[in-house]
Ligand binder design. Structure first.
Ligand SMILES: *Cc1c(COP(=O)(O)O)cnc(C)c1O
Length: 422
């Protein structure tokens, strides 16, 4: 079931008011929903000592949302300099930031160690010698290759650019130790939008087995293992949600068994993005044009610059038309934006009630990898972001981009260079 009933029951009765006040389009996020999911995650894994969620910043890099995460005592998973800056602005300390970059530049390494540093998660064995000042605490991203078959979005691990191979993993930690590392973590990320909880249990089993292997070879004790993100949410009405309770029960057992064998167990970290915020966001738009040609089209005042998942992955996002939720779905529409790209469609051949100009159209589950993936192609700018707060008030948490923002990169000092002549 996309978008929680609770969010829907609080948003839909007032959404036209909000639209009238702020203007469409906008993404709106649900504070109660995000907090409830955070609480559920913590409770589910309460049986594992030192469990911590590092919110994957790229899913929803909005300061106000990140502040909610901070209040829940979550850390942040970052993979770029701006994401590190955001996390530090919120007061995240070194061990509250995982820096999981790939194809990392020298500049990024320098930035990572600034301002108290972070947990460096290295993506390749070749990077060990490129870390300017090797930290005491180090982590590697492990890629199981043919040992796991991937899931749909992230693909087959053999074809994934990420991580060190099974054959390299012991050597990676040996070399890190030679460079002075004394504290160790292990990370993997092999799923995306996975709804089968057993796949994630197997991921936890896998990282614990690798921790076991490295410990046997090198005598290293792991402080933590990080099972990554990729917890799925049901975008389609007929999909079942991820069985968090069963997943947590099985993973907790794996950690308990590890503890029995070793006399200690590493802490468990995860870095969910989508699961934390995906269902707690919606893109609210207005229908502005109905077109009847070879197909019937409904044109919205938003386009794929606000939400590109349907165009990029062919993803399904559920759609409701306010005031028409219970009408029979007698029409078949392509619901489109105004970008000069034929894949600028939020829905293709979707059964919906008849839509008229001026109708408020709500696109579900835009809370993760929605606004964040936005872009400016074709001069289409990103919309504003709002927060529906627990007390029912609505707060602007990012303004819409303006034409001035679009032209901002033309503000520079003249700079002319004649190659070969200096
Ligand atoms: C994208 C990403 C995540 C979050 O993925 P979700 O599907 O949003 O949970 C976590 N960790 C890493 C390293 C990522 O690249």
């Amino acid at each position: 079931m996309p978008m929680s009933d609770s969010f829907k029951s609080r948003l839909f009765p007032v959404v036209k008011n909000i639209a009238a006040y702020y203007g469409t389009p906008f993404h709106i996020y649900d504070e109660s929903g995000i907090r409830a999911t955070g609480k559920r995650l913590k409770q589910a894994f309460a049986g594992i000592d030192g469990f911590r969620e590092y919110f994957a910043v790229k899913a929803l890099p909005n300061r106000r949302i990140m502040q909610l995460m901070k209040e829940m005592d979550f850390g942040f998973d970052c993979s770029s300099i701006p994401e590190l800056i955001l996390s530090r602005q919120l007061g995240a300390s070194r061990e509250e930031i995982m820096f999981t970059s790939n194809n990392t530049s020298h500049e990024e390494f320098l930035f990572a160690e600034r301002d108290g540093g972070c947990i460096l998660n290295l993506d390749d064995i070749s990077l060990i010698d490129k870390v300017p000042n090797f930290p005491e605490l180090i982590c590697f991203r492990y890629n199981p290759g043919p040992r796991r078959t991937g899931n749909v979005i992230i693909g087959n691990p053999v074809e994934a650019k990420y991580g060190v191979t099974h054959e390299q993993v012991v050597e990676a930690y040996r070399r890190a130790r030679d460079r002075g590392a004394k504290r160790f973590g292990l990370h993997t990320m092999v799923a995306s939008n996975e709804l089968d909880y057993t796949y994630i249990v197997e991921t936890a089993r896998m990282v614990l087995e690798v921790a076991d292997l490295v410990e046997k070879e090198l005598g290293i004790r792991f402080e933590f293992v990080n099972i990554g993100g990729g917890f799925g949410i049901p975008y389609k009405p007929e999909q079942q949600p991820l069985d968090l309770q069963s997943m947590a029960r099985d993973i907790t057992e794996l950690f308990a068994a590890f503890k029995t064998r070793h006399g200690y167990a590493p802490r468990m970290y995860m870095e969910s993005g989508r699961f934390m915020t995906g269902p707690h966001g919606a893109l609210v738009t207005t229908a502005i044009n109905a077109k009847d040609t070879y197909r019937k089209y409904i044109g919205l005042d938003a386009c794929m610059s606000s939400l590109m998942r349907p165009a990029l992955y062919g993803s399904y996002h559920h759609i409701d038309v306010i005031g028409k939720e219970n009408l029979p779905k007698t029409e078949v529409y392509d619901v489109v934006g105004s970008l000069c790209e034929n894949n600028d469609k939020f829905a293709i051949q979707r059964e919906l009630p008849p839509i008229a100009d001026g109708d408020t159209v709500v696109i579900h589950d835009s809370g993760a990898h929605g606004h964040a993936m936005g872009f400016q192609y074709n001069g289409r700018l990103r919309p504003k972001e709002l927060l529906l707060r627990e007390d029912g008030t609505v707060e602007l948490i990012r303004r819409a981009e303006t034409v001035e923002d679009y032209f901002a990169t033309y503000q520079f000092s003249p700079d002319l260079f004649r190659p070969g002549q200096n």
